[in-house]
Design a protein around this ligand. Structure first.
Ligand SMILES: C[S@@+](CC[C@H](N)C(=O)[O-])C[C@H]1O[C@@H](n2cnc3c(N)ncnc32)[C@H](O)[C@@H]1O
Length: 240
C-alpha cells in the first residue's frame, strides 16, 4: 500500500490554489528585506564556485535573488505546483528548479552525485516538518553539502510563539496564516537552543549563529510589516 506523504498533499494543495495575489503568501517578503539580510552574513563563508540550492524554495522569490549573487542556483521543492510557479515567475538563465523531498536522503544523494558539493539556503522549512522528521532532513542536508558546502539556515525562534500569540490577540489571525491552516499545514517551532541536537557537533561545525527576523508581507494596523522573531545559523560538515 502506498503511504500518503502529508507534506506533499498539504503543500501541493497550498501552492496549486495560490492566486499569486500580492500579500497572499505570508512569508513572501521582498528579497530586498529578506534574503539580503541573510546574504551579508553567509556570503563570506560560502565558496562562490559551488552551486547554491534553495531547499524548499516555495515560489522562488528568494531563489531569484540568490541568482543575482551566485553563478548557479537550484531551487528545490516537494510541491510540483511550487516548482511550476517558480519556473514561470522567477526564471533566470542561471537558475533551475526541480522536485526534491528533503525527507528523501537517497534523492539528495542522487542530486549530489550529479552536481557535487553545494551551498544550501534554507528559509523557514525545517520548522514545517514534524520533529520526528528532522533527523532525516538533516541527513539530506549532509549529503547535499558534501565536504565543501555551507548551509545558511533561518528559522522561527522560540520567541515566535509569544509573538504570534500577541499579534493574534491584538489584531486577529492574519489572512496569510489562516490560509496556511486551511491547507492543514501545521507549523511547529524550533528552538535555537536545540541547534546542537539537530546538528550534532561530531557531524557539523556551527560557524556563526544569531538572532534574526522573518520579514513577512503582512502589514499591521500600525503600518509596520510583521517581522517574526527568528534565528540564523551558518554551518558546515565537520572536517575530518
Ligand atoms: C514556509 S515555506 C518557505 C518557502 C521559501 N523557503 C521562502 O522562504 O519563501 C516552506 C516551504 O517548504 C516546502 N516543503 C515542505 N515540506 C517539504 C519537504 N519535505 N521537502 C521539500 N520542501 C518542502 C513547502 O512546499 C513550502 O514551499
Amino acid at each position: 500500500m502506498e503511504t500518503v506523504n502529508r507534506y506533499l498533499t498539504s503543500w501541493e494543495s497550498f501552492w496549486s490554489s495560490s492566486t499569486e495575489t500580492p500579500g497572499e503568501i505570508f512569508w513572501d517578503a521582498d528579497p530586498a528585506h529578506a534574503a539580503q539580510q541573510d546574504l551579508v552574513l553567509f556570503q563570506s563563508y560560502a565558496d562562490p564556485q559551488l552551486p547554491i540550492i534553495d531547499l524548499g524554495c516555495g515560489n522562488g522569490t528568494q531563489t531569484r535573488f540568490l541568482g543575482d549573487h551566485f553563478a548557479k542556483v537550484i531551487g528545490t521543492e516537494i510541491s510540483p505546483a511550487a516548482v511550476e510557479i517558480s519556473r514561470t515567475k522567477n526564471a533566470a538563465p542561471n537558475i533551475s528548479y526541480r522536485i526534491l523531498d528533503v525527507l528523501c536522503p537517497a534523492d539528495a544523494q542522487a542530486l549530489h552525485d550529479e552536481i557535487g558539493d553545494a551551498n544550501l539556503y534554507m528559509r523557514t522549512v525545517l520548522h514545517q516538518l514534524s520533529p520526528a522528521d528532522h533527523a532525516t532532513a538533516i541527513q539530506s542536508i549532509e549529503r547535499l553539502l558534501g565536504v565543501k558546502g555551507v548551509l545558511y539556515l533561518i528559522e522561527l525562534s522560540s520567541a515566535a510563539e509569544p509573538y504570534f500569540a500577541q499579534l493574534i490577540t491584538q489584531y486577529g489571525l492574519p489572512p496569510g496564516l489562516a490560509r496556511v491552516f486551511q491547507h492543514e499545514i501545521t507549523p511547529g517551532m524550533l528552538n535555537e537552543n536545540d541547534l546542537e541536537v539537530l546538528f550534532p557537533p561530531d557531524r557539523f561545525t556551527v560557524l556563526r549563529t544569531g538572532k534574526s527576523r522573518i520579514h513577512t508581507v503582512h502589514t499591521l494596523p500600525t503600518g509596520e510589516v510583521a517581522k517574526v522573531p527568528a534565528f540564523y545559523a551558518i554551518l558546515r560538515r565537520r572536517q575530518r
